[in-house]
Design a protein around this ligand. Structure first.
Ligand code: 4NP
Length: 147
């Protein structure tokens, strides 16, 4: 799960999908990363932590890291939370970018519509709730599709 800062959107996606996978006894390793370096080593945004906690998911252990070319080797599937994230991933990894592994997260529920999860970083706490719900729908669809 990849977003820009790895503190708002992708930590929620990591937490929700790992939670669902664990619940269904699937041995899936879910991780998240960001394309920028501004928050490396930080815990998820307090509002991301809050909305997850209210839904029974602890993401406080997560620490932001930067997306790296080795992630294309390590992971089978890479979900980008937004279209600009895909652009940044290409810039970061150049020839190592593997488009066969990358898809937009919202493509799972809105195929071909090229939609992005709104970045709640610039708004208020209220903005994190619809973001959580949208990400949750996508993660449930991933579970159904790949389990
Ligand atoms: P995220 O939100 O990509 O959902 O983690 C952002 C958080 C921080 C920044 C950008 C987006 N930033 O530029 O610091």
């Amino acid at each position: 799960m990849v977003c820009l800062g790895n503190i708002c959107r992708s930590p929620i996606a990591e937490g929700v999908l790992q939670h669902l996978a664990n619940k269904h006894n699937l041995n899936w390793t879910i991780e998240s990363a960001g394309t920028n370096q501004f928050h490396i080593g930080e815990a998820p945004h307090k509002s991301s932590q809050k909305v997850c906690k209210e839904n029974g998911i602890d993401i406080s252990y997560q620490r932001a890291r930067r997306f790296k070319k080795e992630d294309f080797v390590e992971y089978d599937l890479i979900f980008a939370l937004a279209t600009d994230v895909i652009d940044e991933m290409k810039t970061l990894t150049n020839a190592h970018f593997n488009e066969t592994k990358v898809q937009l997260l919202l493509d799972v529920i809105y195929p071909g519509e090229n939609k992005s999860v709104t970045d709640p970083w610039y708004g208020t706490e209220a903005g994190y709730y619809p973001v959580f719900e949208e990400i949750k729908k996508c993660c449930e669809a991933i579970l159904t599709k790949y389990k």
